[in-house]
Write a protein of this length. Structure first.
Length: 133
């Protein structure tokens, strides 16, 4: 089987809450789908998001070597925590994007449930009083 070389753009984290940056990863794989799976499991990639993998492009061996060399020199991948990133200024503010999430409403709509329950409680008390008296 022939191994192919891929350039995969992924959303990476550790740049602030609800923010991300886009980085290219260079991978050897048999298919583009396999390359995307490999990149999703790498450190710093947002694993839990469906749209973490943005783009998968097949490239030549020379581009692969140049890309892996560029990534090995990138300070973002050399840092191990947020404090080091800020100290070495690995991430520029222009590279940081906010997450496009719709606001989730955690409260359920009750549709008069409280009023209904109060009414049912009063009815039960009346029935109990009627049976006892």
């Amino acid at each position: 089987m022939n191994t192919k070389y891929f350039k995969v753009q992924a959303k990476c984290g550790h740049v602030g809450r609800n923010h991300y940056i886009l980085k290219w990863f260079y991978v050897k794989a048999l298919t583009g789908e396999e390359a995307a799976k490999v990149v999703r499991d790498k450190p710093r990639v947002k694993h839990d998001q469906k749209d973490a993998i943005r783009e998968v492009i097949e490239i030549s061996f020379d581009e692969y070597l140049a890309g892996t060399k560029a990534n090995s020199e990138d300070m973002y991948f050399k840092c191990s925590n947020k404090q080091e990133q800020e100290f070495y200024k690995c991430v520029k503010l222009e590279e940081i994007y906010p997450e496009e999430k719709e606001k989730t409403n955690y409260k359920k709509k009750r549709n008069g449930q409280r009023i209904k329950n109060k009414f049912l409680e009063k009815e039960m008390k009346r029935e109990i009083r009627g049976v006892i008296n």
